[in-house]
Design a protein. Structure first.
Length: 314
């Protein structure tokens, strides 16, 4: 890859850190079907409104001229873009700076844009780490924990089969539904529900005392669960500016005094937690559960029960 191509990709990656989707060497079409070749097209949605930035990357030794600013301004108008970025590591001529003033054009470099957006980039990194931790927490606590706590997993699995219009109908209700009533509604709406579907989420007497599902390596998952807990707690602590925050890192425990330090630690451990969780999911998927044939009589349908084993239909 040529250096100028690397420069385009570096600009696109920086915009992705700011929450944009960025396309390098984009072809954008204006209203009259004319096509424009854009170095980077960056899009995001703000308050339900689609935002488009077009970015031109000038990787050259000479400073950017006024003509290049005018050309970008013309593209902004033709494409209806919200902002244009003209990026250069060699600076801008005085005419270019004057032309860009009072217009929706930003003249910048990679370093300057990163410095100006430092707080936004840090916030985006923290949000991304929190989402990864939430996903891990669901997979660990909902999908790999013992079968005595399967109501959340059952609801998610059954609801995943709902058509979009049903999900939309439930989502537009003005308030949340009562827990027991909600479970009964989910069960009513699932088509073709059988005994086998229920048994997948019921606790076999022999599994009730298990800390994890059959096939899971307890030592590994105890460590993963603890790391998720302490990393999440540290990020909450950082959000509240309560320093220092203690959190696990690969092979160590770290003490952070700023969110920038803390997010580096969190990002360093997340790939290992995700890898271990995926490995344990694969192990438990291949491990058969204890058989129900001696406990459940053929032709019977067990009633749904909550986390504490109480009959939800009473």
């Amino acid at each position: 890859m040529e250096e100028w191509e690397q420069y385009q990709h570096q600009a696109a990656e920086l915009l992705r850190e700011l929450g944009f989707t960025a396309e390098v060497d984009a072809s954008l079409t204006e209203a009259n079907d004319a096509v424009h070749a854009i170095d980077v097209a960056a899009r995001r949605t703000v308050a339900g409104v689609d935002v488009l930035w077009i970015v031109e990357c000038k990787y050259r030794r000479r400073r950017v001229s006024m003509g290049m600013v005018r050309e970008l301004r013309s593209q902004i108008i033709d494409l209806g873009a919200d902002r244009g970025l003209l990026m250069s590591e060699s600076g801008f001529q005085s005419g270019a700076i004057r032309t860009a003033r009072q217009k929706n054009i930003t003249l910048t470099s990679l370093a300057d844009l990163r410095a100006d957006a430092a707080d936004e980039i840090l916030s985006a990194r923290v949000t991304a780490a929190e989402k990864r931790l939430m996903d891990l927490a669901l997979r660990v606590n909902r999908d790999l924990r013992p079968f005595t706590e399967q109501t959340p997993r059952m609801l998610a699995a059954f609801a995943a089969g709902f058509p979009p219009e049903v999900v939309e109908e439930l989502a537009v209700r003005p308030e949340a539904i009562d827990f027991v009533e909600g479970i009964e509604e989910v069960l009513r709406r699932v088509e073709g529900l059988t005994l086998k579907n229920h048994l997948a989420f019921m606790a076999h007497p022999g599994e009730i005392a298990m800390p994890w599902r059959p096939g899971v390596d307890q030592n590994i998952m105890d460590g993963v669960a603890a790391a998720i807990h302490y990393t999440t707690q540290a990020l909450y602590q950082g959000r509240l500016s309560q320093w220092p925050a203690m959190s696990p890192a690969p092979g160590a425990i770290k003490l952070s005094w700023s969110m920038a330090q803390l997010i580096d630690v969190a990002e360093s451990i997340l790939p290992d937690l995700e890898r271990k969780t995926a490995e344990q999911e694969a192990r438990t998927a291949g491990t058969p559960r204890l058989p129900w044939c001696d406990i459940i009589k053929p032709g019977t349908m067990p009633l749904p029960r909550d986390t504490w084993g109480r009959d939800l239909r009473k």
